[in-house]
Design a protein around this ligand. Structure first.
Ligand SMILES: *Cc1c(COP(=O)(O)O)cnc(C)c1O
Length: 391
């Protein structure tokens, strides 16, 4: 019933549209006049594919201030997280089998740790403070002689909470413990300098930053003791760490995406801040509205709000044609309160009423104003009919 054009999309933390320049370059590369050759082939066409990949790796490396040969291409951040955590833990298991992460991590981190627990590793699950941030003293207290790997995300995908990666990394380095960072929500959006940061493994993905779905990377620091066991077997590509024919067009797209992100990062951030501030100003006076995370220190692309006495699924329906998220996108089939918000100390009811609004490059003031209007009228309407819904 709803016209496609009438949808208002404020779910950029779930995925972003591909930059049209990137989409064009990618398409041109795949067809007969492009560069479809297998980069593993030794003929001239194959060598051209290799050059395209090398160029893209240089673009991504420049965004992160690292060397291109530190980057392993993957299918996305889920695979990068799995490779870092399973591969990292297995590589270092002779030294010890204790690992540390947080309860607010993405499922792509939580689930590999669950697998490792079943394999006999011991995992310490740290809780954040009520603003979502990790108290560094809790990390220090959790580190043991046999701790091998810590995994803590940079920007939380549900709340926009930003962790102090530098401080966390410094603590880990002092104990010779590897730090893996899921940076799916921050690469290309916040400044990241891998020369300066004490980070050993970092996961990233193109589709959260205006690149295509299905391509990501894992950064592996050039330091003794930093390595991962592969998850896949079948060829010599990428130092055998991640074999398989490299998807040239996806990689070229990720490279372009990185270059574009680098050139406009401060403009993007300023834009997100403006959208975020306008939205928050428009809803903050609503009775019972609560921010999940922190308005001042959070990533401005994401604003997650709960509201008292309102049920989330009804709210989401009442918000249509606004495209926003309840819980996290990956869990939206299951009507369970978000485990991330529960870890911030939210009650089931408050966690269930949470809506994540996330802004992007295409977001305009009109979209934000539409969202404010929808949210306010949805709350009003649901509160009017609330007595019948409560049982
Ligand atoms: C989106 C996301 C992922 C998964 O990335 P894919 O590329 O979709 O596999 C992992 N971690 C975080 C924090 C994310 O936001």
């Amino acid at each position: 019933m709803i016209e496609r054009a009438a949808l208002v999309y404020l779910d950029y933390a779930a995925s972003t549209p591909v930059d049209s320049r990137v989409a064009k370059a990618m398409t041109a590369l795949m067809t007969v006049d492009g560069n479809f050759a297998n980069p593993s082939s030794t003929h001239a066409a194959g060598r051209r594919s290799v050059e395209h990949i090398a160029h893209a790796a240089g673009q991504l490396a420049a965004l992160l201030n690292t060397d291109a040969d530190r980057l392993i291409w993957t299918s996305g951040a889920t695979e990068s997280d799995n490779l870092a955590i399973l591969g990292g833990a297995h590589f270092r298991q002779e030294r010890g089998r204790h690992l540390i992460t947080m309860r607010t991590e993405h499922k792509a981190v939580v689930d590999p740790f669950n697998v490792l627990e079943k394999q006999g590793f011991e995992v310490t699950w740290l809780d954040p403070e009520t603003d979502g941030v990790l108290d560094i003293a809790k990390l220090e207290a959790a580190l043991r002689q046999d701790t091998q790997l810590v995994s803590i995300m940079h920007v939380n995908n549900e709340t926009g909470v930003v962790q102090d990666i530098e401080q966390i990394g410094t603590v880990c380095r002092a104990r010779d413990v590897l730090l893996h960072v899921d940076a799916a929500q921050s690469v290309g959006k916040l400044p990241i300098d891998l020369e300066a940061l004490p980070v050993d493994l970092m996961s990233m993905t193109a589709h959260k930053v205006y690149g295509p779905k299905g391509i990501g990377a894992l950064y592996i620091a050039d330091r003794p003791g930093v390595h991962v066991d592969p998850l896949l077997f079948g060829g010599g590509q990428q130092q055998r760490l991640r074999p398989g024919t490299l998807p040239v067009q996806q990689i070229v797209a990720f490279g372009m995406t990185a270059e574009i992100a680098r050139s406009r990062m401060s403009d993007d951030l300023e834009h997100l801040r403006a959208m975020h501030n306008r939205f928050w100003s428009g809803i903050r006076d609503l009775p019972g509205v609560l921010v999940n995370g922190c308005i001042e220190t959070g990533f401005p692309g994401i604003l997650n709000v709960s509201i008292e006495d309102i049920e989330g699924e009804s709210l989401l329906l009442a918000l249509e044609p606004l495209c926003v998220a309840t819980g996290s996108a990956c869990n939206s089939q299951i009507q369970e309160p978000s485990y991330v918000l529960r870890a911030l100390g939210r009650s089931d009811a408050l966690a269930q009423s949470a809506i994540r609004f996330s802004f992007g490059r295409p977001t305009r003031i009109e979209h934000v104003d539409f969202a404010i209007d929808r949210y306010r009228s949805a709350i009003e309407k649901l509160r009017r009919i609330a007595p019948e819904r409560v049982q």
